[in-house]
Design a binder for this molecule. Structure first.
Ligand code: GCO
Length: 475
């Protein structure tokens, strides 16, 4: 396949997730998710922000889709909230919850916008956490499959693109290593076991999908930060290899090749942190090969040697004060270093479009699968001027450079299905609150009128509208 531009039918999209956008946290029979409670514990999120109301997409989805249609958006990625369908995770189906997504999808289709449906974007039913410890129990595999099968059966004719698990790697690292996502645990043994169950759940869902949605395409969305070595010092090169193995291949090999990467598994067997793998697990993993790899790309990470008594896993910069991200690492394996060759955002994320190009090439060569960019975007403090203007030229520059990198990767031979900007409107950033804005559409959070949530098109909205119209044009 030889192309020097974006193919016809390229999915120019934008993305969101249920908890970050919908609000309506206890409406129409929805049960609580693990985030509903977690955000309300003191000190968990920036200024205690939560998704009770979020941007009220649940009630305003028609207005939001009208804005998407006016922009010419080709695809909209959203997630289904498991506890809206199954308030206690596995009991009877709450039809009212499913009805919301049916309306949403029908409205998208009426405007020729392709729905991209994410099955799991972190909002686990609280009941499953309480009953058996959520991802730490094997019982979740059957419950997740049952939930997915309901959606496959009911929506097969309406949805072609499906994302299985969103950022299993980032979510479970926060949940079981950093302690910054629910359930707030710091324990590597439990981390690897929870991941093992998530891999089985992912593969089980994909296996069921094959029978129920034969015309559809499915894949996980991986939070992909390609690794760089801090220097050509062989010790840094080894640390870089360790990081690739433990922060990328651990997930991607298991999804795409149906097995854990050898060196990492051998290491974990020595430290006693390897997951328990039962007979039959390998066969199930092998049935999970996806149709595409979804990637959420924000940055590259640079790694250096880390002695056995060196850096441990540390939290992130949630305030937007530049330069406050601590070095973080796994003793004996690797630690992160700032990359002096690239600019960073206010949250210290490396701005690196070339990293996107090389990451796409690495994945394409290693796994031989098409790739869908399920998220890419810039979180910033935006300023509303004169009541209705947002001049976010920094976001336009960021998107332009990353879309140009996509074009180059296509020329390099990467089979790229689409590109979704994170996010369509300014939604909740899990740990960074509402001040970190990613949207193409500004949401006015007026202190005096908290229900206002007025939508205002940013400059980037009009810019992306043109890009879509020209199918990438001369970027
Ligand atoms: C944020 C993140 C986003 C989203 C997304 C991940 O600030 O919240 O940068 O990427 O969290 O939900 O899939």
């Amino acid at each position: 396949h030889e192309l020097d531009g974006f193919p016809q039918g390229f999915l120019w999209g934008a993305a969101s997730a249920a908890y970050q956008a919908e609000g309506a946290w206890n409406v129409d029979g929805k049960g609580p998710s693990i985030w509903d409670g977690f955000c309300k514990q003191p000190g968990r999120t920036f200024q205690g922000s939560n998704g009770d109301v979020a941007v009220d997409h649940y009630h305003r989805f028609r207005e939001d889709i009208a804005l998407m249609a006016e922009m010419g958006l080709k695809a909209y990625r959203f997630s289904v909230s498991w506890p809206r369908l199954y308030p206690d995770g596995r009991g009877p189906l709450n039809e009212a919850g499913l009805a919301f997504y049916e309306k949403l999808i029908d409205t998208l289709r009426a405007h020729d916008i392709e729905p991209i449906l994410t099955l799991y974007h972190w909002d686990l039913p609280q009941a499953l956490q309480d009953d058996y410890g959520g991802w730490e129990s094997r019982r979740i595999v059957a419950d997740f499959e049952r939930y997915c099968v309901t959606l496959f059966r009911r929506l097969a004719g309406k949805v072609r693109f499906w994302v299985s698990l969103n950022e299993q790697n980032y979510n479970l690292t926060n949940a079981y290593q950093l302690g910054t996502h629910p359930p707030g645990v710091r324990n590597r043994k439990r981390f690897f076991q929870a991941n093992h169950h998530a891999f089985l759940a992912n593969a089980g869902a994909i296996a069921a999908f094959r029978d129920l949605v034969p015309d559809g395409l499915i894949g996980p969305s991986f939070a992909y930060s390609p690794a760089y070595p801090a220097s050509p010092d062989p010790r840094d090169m080894l640390a870089f290899e360790n990081a690739e193995e433990f922060t990328n291949h651990w997930w991607l090999d298991t999804y795409c090749l149906g097995r854990y990467p050898g060196a990492a598994l051998a290491y974990l067997r020595k430290t006693g942190e390897a997951p328990e793998i039962l007979p039959g697990d390998r066969d199930l993993l092998a049935q999970g090969r996806p149709d595409f790899i979804g990637i959420n790309y924000y940055q590259t990470l640079t790694y250096a040697d880390n002695p056995p008594d060196g850096e441990t896993m540390r939290g992130i910069n949630t305030t937007g004060e530049k330069g406050t991200t601590p070095a973080s690492g796994v003793p004996g394996l690797y630690k992160t270093r700032p990359n002096p060759h690239v600019e960073t955002t206010n949250w210290d994320w490396a701005i690196d479009p070339t990293g996107l190009r090389l990451g796409l090439r690495r994945l394409s060569s290693r796994y031989g699968l098409p790739i869908l960019i399920t998220e890419n975007g810039l979180g910033e403090f935006d300023r509303l001027e004169r009541g209705d203007l947002i001049h976010d030229d920094y976001r336009i520059a960021y998107l332009k450079d990353h879309i140009a990198a996509c074009r180059e990767a296509i020329t390099d031979g990467v089979d790229l299905l689409g590109y979704c900007v994170w996010s369509f409107t300014d939604i909740l950033s899990w740990l960074n609150g509402y001040q970190k804005r990613y949207g193409l559409v500004y949401v006015d959070r007026d202190e005096r009128d908290p229900k206002d949530l007025r939508r205002i098109r940013k400059d980037s909205y009009f810019w992306y509208q043109k890009i879509i119209k020209d199918n990438g044009g001369n970027i």
